[in-house]
Design a protein around this ligand. Structure first.
Ligand code: CS2
Length: 508
């Protein structure tokens, strides 16, 4: 079997373009050995790319499940799960068909998820479920009271009861099927969160005797493997101590740092693929040429040789993770909030604004004080980021990055702020990121955040009380420090559209 990247036939005349899957020679599909939760553009530009480029790709197919909606699975399934990766550099685009995803499935199809995870061939579960989906409270502990988590805890506890049909069905045949958000036939509700679904499927794996497995978080969280473990064990407690113990002994939680800028696909991208490749692809994905994957942890049932495709396996992931989370994601958040306040729409536009650029550089200086491990090459990393962010052909929308601010700022601003203050400095660069977010939520008509309701309530207060209430949603510790509250309060208003930029303006 050969899972090497397929090569399209010569392009047909524009206008009569066949669908992508029809224009390729039929491809052998690798057997499913990886299950992915969170089928979105980033998974397709990153883990699916690494899997396709591993030398043993022919042995490792991915069954990818969507999150909230079935759309991505339907679109991909309609073209045999093949899609085009458009690698977009400042100089031009190149195109590659990716075939490592072999099944694309609606996340609500928990029966299929249970079947795949209970199969002994399945060795790895990867996750891109977003930072907000790990069920963490502002203090980093598992938040059993969050409404979607509480629903799933009830669902899992009901499913674990021997008399419920969900248990009978999953243990007898591997089938646990119910329409989205409704009860399974015997009355037990199917979990709706990714981790709730994963716990149900892990219970099935335990019952089937398929043995140990690795869960690999690919979300932008520090110590994401530990966070995933906390979330999974928190959910599993509702099922019972026996499952908690089985997971403790059989599930390895791998931490990773993932990197590849992947803006949302636009209609223009779809049209470009049709024109350049000569076939119709409803679901291409656009990404920058740069990619990076650092992994740390055990794979008890094996994994593809991702390191031969450029992934890096390390014993201590923390320095890499912090470098990426603080320097890349942290500055992304500054640009997202400050940039939109200044009227910009994309990362490249915001970076070209001297006021935003200065905020980024100041924050980087602070973060660099705490990135001291050997080999991190912070100057080189910063320079590369300026080039990556400056790639204006990648229209990376600030509105996309601005989502889920409470969860993201907890990882991106708070650790640098705390580390700076612990060394006797103000941490004003990190505080400015928080201030920009506070100004942004006041002006943004609509934004996505797991705590959107609480943000609206806090935002209705005034003055320092408002700042304190908003900071509390990010991290209780910073809200309780009067000096930090007053620093952030003073920095609010720094990015109003009329604030004068330093010399050499490039922005109108
Ligand atoms: C971004 C990330 O949306 C965001 O929060 O900061 O998605 C970022 O583009 C990726 O982590 C790049 O690897």
């Amino acid at each position: 079997m050969n899972a090497a990247p397929p090569v399209p036939d010569p392009a047909p005349a524009p206008g009569s373009a066949p669908a992508l899957d029809r224009s390729l020679k039929p491809l052998p599909k690798a057997p499913v050995r990886i299950v992915h939760l969170g089928l979105g553009a980033f998974h397709r530009s990153h883990q699916a790319w690494y899997t396709q480029h591993a030398p043993d790709a022919a042995e490792w197919g991915i069954a990818a499940f969507t999150g909230r909606r079935p759309d991505a699975a339907e679109a991909l399934s309609a073209q045999a799960c093949l899609y085009t990766l458009v690698e977009r550099s400042a100089g031009g685009d190149s195109f590659e068909v990716i075939g490592s995803i072999v099944e694309a499935i609606d996340g609500a199809d928990v029966a299929r998820l249970c079947r795949f995870i209970a199969a002994p061939e399945t060795a790895v579960v990867t996750l891109t479920i977003t930072e907000a989906a790990y069920g963490l409270a502002a203090d980093g502990t598992f938040d059993a009271d969050a409404p979607s988590v509480a629903d799933d805890l009830r669902a899992l506890s009901a499913a674990a009861a021997p008399e419920t049909s969900i248990t009978r069905e999953t243990s007898a045949s591997g089938e646990t099927s119910a329409p989205r958000g409704t009860a399974a036939s015997g009355g037990a509700r199917v979990p709706g969160t990714p981790l709730g679904r994963l716990v149900l499927a892990l219970a099935r794996r335990r019952d089937s005797g398929a043995g140990p497995i690795a869960v690999v978080s690919c979300d932008n969280l520090s110590a994401n493997g530990d966070v995933a473990r906390r979330g999974v064990l928190g959910m599993a407690a509702a099922w019972g101590q026996d499952l908690v113990e089985w997971i403790g002994a059989n599930v390895s939680f791998v931490s990773t740092s993932v990197d590849r800028i992947t803006p949302r696909t636009t209609d223009a991208d779809i049209a470009e693929v049709a024109e350049q490749c000569g076939y119709r692809d409803s679901s291409p994905v656009v990404a920058e040429p740069f990619r990076n994957w650092v992994l740390s942890g055990d794979f008890p049932a094996g994994r593809p040789r991702w390191e031969d495709a450029g992934a890096v396996v390390v014993d201590d992931i923390e320095p890499y993770e912090n470098r990426k989370l603080w320097l890349l994601n942290g500055s992304h958040s500054i640009l997202a909030y400050a940039g939109q306040l200044r009227g910009h729409a994309t990362v490249a536009e915001a970076l070209a604004d001297p006021l935003c650029r200065k905020a980024v550089e100041d924050f980087w200086d602070e973060a660099a004080n705490h990135l001291r491990s050997e080999g991190l090459d912070i100057p080189g990393y910063r320079q590369a980021l300026l080039e990556r962010f400056g790639n204006a052909r990648i229209a990376h929308r600030l509105a996309q990055i601005a989502a889920d601010g409470t969860t993201k700022l907890r990882m991106r601003a708070v650790p640098v702020l705390a580390a700076e203050r612990a060394e006797g400095r103000s941490g004003s660069g990190a505080a400015l990121m928080l201030a920009a977010w506070i100004d942004y939520v006041a002006t943004a008509g609509d934004f996505q955040d797991p705590l959107a309701r609480e943000i609206r309530a806090a935002d209705s207060l005034d003055g320092a009380g408002r700042v304190e209430a908003l900071l509390r949603l990010v991290n209780a510790g910073i809200a309780e420090d009067a000096d930090i509250v007053s620093l952030v309060h003073r920095l609010c208003g720094s990015f109003s559209a009329t604030t004068a930029a330093p010399a050499t303006p490039t922005h109108t």
